[in-house]
Design a protein around this ligand. Structure first.
Ligand SMILES: [Zn+2]
Length: 464
């Protein structure tokens, strides 16, 4: 028997499918204005990695351009990427195979630009991302190294948003020394700078037409930022009826990205290209960190399948508002969580006394040992822990944040977010609610820290 088929009423299946499609369109529509992920990963990656002395204490490495890395390792990368593709085809469920025409070959590339073009195509990333040499400044640090500022457009293809505006970038020069912790911390933000945009066949981009990912599984393919969602979310732990009704939910691929970047990191480290080793490592960390966000691991937290069917039944009977309300509330809570997280971390970097519980959690305080990394970790552990925490966190958000933001279906958080600082406003108006929310999110920060270090530790032994 086909395990994806539900016996019984086929109309129930279509109810759920329609509801989920609507919900996910809304969830991805919010990507047009919101960050749709933990915002500013680097703010949390830095404190997480600082708590791993064998990594944080590594000596400085030499900055190397992508062109130099490819010139030195192009030939060896052919086999590495061929093996990686074989792994993905064997291990990632519903994996869209990389077309054979995009197989990486270094031989015969006429120049550095052509070599880069082939590499970018084999990785199936957005070809317009600059991949410049840069660092993101810690917002609390005063710069004294004389590194020149770098414009946003040199590192990201995204239009300005609240998190990018708040970030400060500086340029690195090829050959200068830089600490691995700075490289990985900066790189942990980079997958949100446009790396995964416009990759699907229906995105209207040249790369989307040749990358072989198929049609965008959910969300609006015309909305720029939302197009990355299926690579940064992992819906691995929904009820069976949900997958049966909405098979497109099986097409989320952070696992594939994490494995690819870890493989490249290991190879770069093993061949003495530590700068690229730790930059790829930071990319891998990003997707792992995304999976610790409950709204990235569950489609509609705290909305039961039965309730979805009920709401949808009302919709079918001519009362659409319950369905629209449910979708708007989930979107608003998702964005409110990320606003609170970002503004709290920004405040915490200016003054560690503001959210000490989070910095302790990120550093693994009170935990005997970090988890070991394995290829199964993203699906079996990281996203499961976030999915399990989703319902309770959703309820805490509703109970602690002003009702206007989390319980008012006529309010659109994404459209109104500019200038909202939930951490500051809650600290001012309701310190008890702020503390409750800080406590509720702390275990997510602990997972963020623990699995970020697990990735770093898993790569330390790869160094030449
Ligand atoms: Zn992301």
């Amino acid at each position: 028997m086909d395990p994806t088929r539900i016996p019984g009423d086929p109309s129930a299946t279509s109810f759920v499918r329609r509801l989920l499609q609507l919900a996910l369109c809304a969830a991805c529509a919010l990507g047009a204005t919101g960050a749709l992920a933990w915002s500013r990963h680097a703010l949390a990656t830095g404190p997480a990695l600082a708590a791993l002395p064998e990594f944080a204490g590594l000596p400085a490495v030499k900055v190397e351009s992508l062109a130099s890395f490819l010139a030195a390792e192009g030939a060896s990368l052919e086999q590495v990427l061929a093996d990686e593709e074989r792994w993905a085809r064997e291990h990632v469920p519903t994996y869209p195979p990389r077309p054979d025409a995009l197989r990486f070959t270094a031989a015969g590339a006429s120049d550095a630009a052509e070599l880069r073009r082939r590499f970018v195509a084999a990785l199936r990333i957005a070809p317009d991302l600059p991949l410049a040499l840069f660092l993101q400044r810690d917002p609390g640090a005063t710069a004294s190294d004389g590194r020149p500022p770098l414009a946003e457009r040199e590192v990201t293809t995204l239009p300005r948003d609240a998190s990018i505006e708040a970030s400060r970038f500086v340029a690195l020069r090829e050959g200068e020394p830089v600490r691995p912790i700075e490289v990985a911390t900066t790189a942990s933000d980079e997958p949100d700078y446009g790396l995964d945009l416009g990759l699907w066949e229906d995105n209207g981009t040249p790369q989307g037409r040749i990358y072989g990912f198929g049609k965008q599984p959910f969300g609006n393919p015309a909305l720029d930022f939302g197009t990355q969602a299926p690579l940064h979310m992992g819906f691995y732990h929904e009820a069976r009826i949900i997958y049966a009704a909405a098979g497109f939910l099986k097409r989320t691929y952070p696992e594939y990205r994490i494995h690819l970047w870890r493989t490249l990191a290991r190879h770069a480290l093993a061949t003495g290209h530590d700068y690229w080793g730790w930059r790829f490592a930071g990319w891998a960390m990003h997707y792992v960190q995304d999976l610790t966000q409950p709204y990235h691991a569950r489609v509609l937290p705290d909305v039961s399948t039965v309730r979805m069917l009920w709401i949808n039944g009302l919709y079918m009977a001519g009362w659409p508002s319950a369905r629209e309300h449910a979708v708007t509330l989930v979107s608003n809570r998702h964005l409110a969580l990320e606003n609170f997280e970002r503004t709290a971390l920004e405040a915490g970097h200016r003054d560690r006394r503001v959210v000490p519980a989070w910095f302790d959690a990120l550093a693994g305080a009170g935990v005997a040992a970090d988890p070991e990394w394995s290829d199964d970790s993203p699906r079996r552990v990281v996203s499961l822990r976030a999915a399990d925490a989703a319902d309770a966190l959703d309820r805490t958000l509703a109970a602690t944040l002003p009702a206007h933001y989390v319980d008012d279906p006529s309010f659109d958080f994404g459209a109104s977010e500019h200038g909202i600082d939930l951490f500051a406003s809650l600290a001012r108006d309701d310190a008890g609610a702020r503390d409750a929310l800080v406590r509720a999110i702390a275990p997510r920060m602990a997972d963020f820290g623990a699995y970020t270090r697990a990735v770093a530790r898993s790569l330390l032994a790869a160094r030449r």
